[in-house]
Write a protein that binds this ligand. Structure first.
Ligand code: SAH
Ligand code: NI
Length: 455
């Protein structure tokens, strides 16, 4: 075994050579990597080694000796400490380059397809204040109910009022709701003891509609003050059209529990995408950056070059954003999605927008797709928009066996997308081009879209 070239608590000067995929600066001694938060490539920094592992270590930056020309001032260091905005110290243009590089790296290393061309990342018109959703942990600090965010890799709450990347109206709402909860002496959840009551406040605000939903996530069902608190919230925040109690009694990191109780208004908000109206329930997925989601979807539609005679599959359909936005331009849309609430939303959304050529079913993509293949459904174009873990091999095989002209793949994780590209290649489907689109400015998250065709 080779000796590790550094010791814990050692202080030394290091040059940053790279950014990790999580946005940490990387420095090397004899090939041994040290990850350093808040450090940028080309910088010389004074570092204290805080953790030494077998294959890599972590350092804390004590000072910057030579500053990167691409560094920008961070308004609040907690944004990096908590991981809310791990790239906020890097100028936005360079963030876009970083994301393009990330995609190039996984293509070369994971997919072994370095020949695929990666386009420049399409930037977001809002690089701050863009998130339409917040999931805020609630804890007791010094006897008072507080809201904020966890320090990275921990469950220690850093109190925070201004999250910078969220819609400022959401930031303001959290402070008002927190004050109401304090007045009503609502008990905060204690994670270590799994005691107390209120775990999270989840807020969604329609980017265009400005309708607001407030979800109070509680450990127990019994909440006699619930309706009164909901009324008070609406009194102070007239945009609120929905207040929901969600009950999560499990000891888990998953935020929402199974059961819901409506405290005020309706169980969903409306928002607009392109020229259509969408209802969104608490458990349904909805892209957090609405205007940039439109840019992403438009790119996907352009790549698909749809025809009026097309049969389209909208896989991982959520509330039907993709299929319903293009339904007017094609003959028929079939969608599937695993969350029942989201499928109900998709079906209602078809009705609201007077779309009668789109059908949505509840089910896992990897189960539904082979069934549709057996039933003889013959899509010309398949859209897939899976979660971070990417596609299932069974799904890919069924999709390719349906012999579509195009498969448009929207991905929020370049690593699993690169893995899936190899399986598609085995089935004869390829792409020459990848388009990254930035939906999550100031964070390390990368979204991409591709069109796979038979060669
Ligand atoms: N296309 C939608 C949703 C994309 S997010 C939009 O753009 O808004 C991915 C969706 O896949 C989520 O709604 C999630 O609930 C769903 N999902 C996760 N695993 C799934 C599976 N195995 N089969 C079908 N849907 C799944
Ligand atoms: Ni991540």
């Amino acid at each position: 075994m080779e000796a590790i070239p550094v010791k814990k608590n050692q202080e030394l000067e290091m040059t940053i050579v790279d950014l990790s995929h999580l946005g940490m600066g990387v420095a090397k001694i004899d090939g041994y990597p040290i990850f350093i938060e808040n450090a940028l490539p080309q910088e010389k920094v004074q570092v204290k080694i805080v953790k030494v592992g077998k294959k890599f270590g972590f350092g804390k930056m004590l000072s910057i000796i030579q500053t990167s020309p691409y560094r920008q001032t961070v308004e609040n260091k907690d944004l990096i400490r908590t991981g809310i905005a791990p790239l906020s110290h890097l100028q936005y243009e360079q963030q876009l380059k970083f994301k393009q590089n990330q995609v190039e790296n996984v293509l070369a290393k994971v997919a072994k397809m370095p020949e695929i061309h990666v386009e420049e990342t399409i930037g977001s018109s809002f690089s701050f204040g863009y998130r339409n959703k917040a999931q805020i942990p609630v804890r007791k600090i010094d006897g008072i109910l507080q809201t904020g965010f966890y320090r990275k890799n921990s469950h220690e709450l850093v109190p925070l009022d201004h999250f910078y990347i969220q819609d400022p109206a959401i930031d303001a709402a959290i402070v008002i709701i927190r004050e109401i909860l304090q007045q009503f002496e609502v008990k905060a959840y204690n994670e270590r003891e799994h005691s107390g009551f209120l775990r999270h406040i989840v807020i969604r605000r329609g980017s265009y509609s400005h309708e607001m939903m407030v979800v109070l996530v509680t450990r127990k069902k019994h909440f006699p003050q619930g309706e009164k608190i909901a009324q008070k919230i609406q009194e102070k925040l007239p945009e609120v059209v929905s207040v929901i109690q969600n009950i999560n009694f499990k000891q888990t990191n998953v935020i929402l529990g199974e059961e819901e109780r409506l405290l005020l208004g309706r169980s969903f908000i409306y928002d607009q995408l392109f020229d259509k109206t969408f209802r969104i329930s608490a458990k349904s997925f909805y892209q957090v950056n609405t205007p940039q989601a439109e840019v992403l979807y438009q790119k996907a539609f352009d790549l698909a070059s749809l025809k009026q005679t097309d049969t389209v599959v909208d896989a991982y359909s959520g509330i039907g954003t993709i299929g319903l936005s293009l339904a007017d331009k094609v003959a028929q849309v079939y969608g599937m999605e695993v969350t029942p609430q989201a499928v109900t939303d998709a079906q209602k959304n078809a009705k609201i927008n007077k779309i009668d050529n789109a059908a949505y079913v509840v089910g896992k993509a990897e189960t539904v797709m082979p069934k549709w293949k057996e039933e003889g459904i013959k899509p010309n174009v398949i859209f897939v928009d899976p979660p971070r873990k990417g596609l299932d091999q069974t799904f890919i095989e069924a999709a390719c066996d349906m012999d579509p002209e195009k498969i448009v793949y929207i991905s929020c994780n370049p690593a699993t997308m690169a893995r899936d590209l190899q399986i598609f290649a085995d089935k004869g489907y390829y792409t020459d081009n990848i388009q990254p689109v930035d939906l999550f400015p100031q964070t390390h998250h990368v979204e991409t879209v591709i069109a796979l065709k038979k060669r």
